[in-house]
Design a protein around this ligand. Structure first.
Ligand code: C2E
Ligand code: MG
Ligand code: MG
Ligand code: MG
Length: 286
């Protein structure tokens, strides 16, 4: 099917574009192979309470361990996955992998309160996502509130009606909802009015020079005030220095995520991190 599409496209392209189109098709085929095979890995990065230092959550971030090209970061293949529709299969893999890992950590008494995965707009625009989340929860038996879905703000706006409906259905399943890269999308903020959002993530671009750039500091303050008044928790992304952490704590930001605490780590290493932290009391509620 992709080949047929490819042929159709190639006919109208100039020679140099044909080369690029060919390279894209090759990469797409490789990505399909990677999803079906064993080349994807989910890394995890801690989200830390700015006051207690407890590891409250994790974010799963996908990596592609390419047999020849080495590790490929998501920024280099997620856009292609979205354009080709492969992100649906990739998203299924991520959901199931994360839920199985949550189950393993729950059984070991190591699970933080929740673990997030990123969800693409393309997934959100298809009914399949709800089924996929339900299936992953049913298959693993984890409590839905252990799973969090990070949705990028611009995506929410893409197809408003369908996105609102999908968010409401996900909300009804009991999973947590987080708005990623908050403040960077073409936000109408309308979805905040319609759906209970558990978490807002302040984009790294506002956090980077929050201690020195007064307009960024104002934006961060405004996001924290807005989020708190709506009952959402606030996570600062990309916290790299102690000065940023101290500043964010003073502004009553709830959580931080970034290299200051840890880079995203493969599963064995993050499991060691969780055991060392010992910040997660054995869960006796189940
Ligand atoms: P994101 O969800 O906003 O993830 C945060 C990105 O910031 C990650 O990049 C993370 O490694 C990076 N980061 C964390 N702490 C720091 C820091 O202190 N400094 C700096 N400079 N960067 C930091 P990564 O892993 O390359 O992911 C990039 C984007 O790719 C993600 O942005 C997300 O939009 C997308 N992505 C990653 N995994 C998935 C996935 O499984 N599915 C989908 N649909 N998208 C994904
Ligand atoms: Mg994210
Ligand atoms: Mg994020
Ligand atoms: Mg982000």
């Amino acid at each position: 099917q992709a080949k047929q599409q490819g042929r159709g496209i190639l006919r109208f392209f100039s020679p140099e574009l044909t080369d690029r189109a060919k390279a894209r098709l090759a990469l797409e085929a490789e990505l399909r192979h990677a999803i079906e095979g064993d080349e994807l890995r989910l890394y995890y990065q801690p989200q830390t309470d700015l006051v207690s230092g407890e590891t409250v959550g994790l974010e799963g971030l996908v990596r592609w361990h390419h047999p020849e090209r080495g590790m490929i970061p998501p920024g280099d293949f997620i856009p292609l996955a979205e354009e080709s529709g492969l992100v649906v299969a990739l998203g299924d893999w991520v959901l199931h992998t994360a839920c199985r890992q949550i189950k393993t950590w729950l059984d070991a008494g190591l699970a933080p309160r929740r673990t997030a995965v990123n969800v693409s707009a393309v997934q959100l625009s298809r009914d399949h996502l709800i089924e996929s989340v339900k299936h992953a929860l049913r298959e693993t038996g984890i409590p839905p509130e252990r799973l969090e879905l990070e949705i990028t703000e611009s995506f929410v706006i893409a197809d408003r009606e369908q996105s609102f409906k999908a968010l409401a259905e996900l909300r009804a399943l009991g999973v947590r909802l987080s708005i990623d890269d908050f403040g960077t999308g073409y936000s109408s903020l309308a979805y905040l009015q319609h759906i209970e959002i558990h978490e807002l993530k302040i984009d790294i671009s506002f956090v980077r020079d929050v201690t020195t750039n007064t307009s960024n500091a104002s934006i961060v303050k405004a996001i924290i005030a807005l989020g708190h008044s709506l009952g959402s928790e606030i996570v600062a992304e990309g916290v790299e220095t102690q000065a940023q952490a101290d500043y964010l704590r003073a502004l009553h930001c709830d959580l931080m995520q970034g290299y200051l605490v840890s880079r995203p780590l493969p599963v064995e290493e993050i499991t060691r991190f969780l055991s060392r932290a010992g910040a997660t009391p054995r869960d006796t509620s189940r």
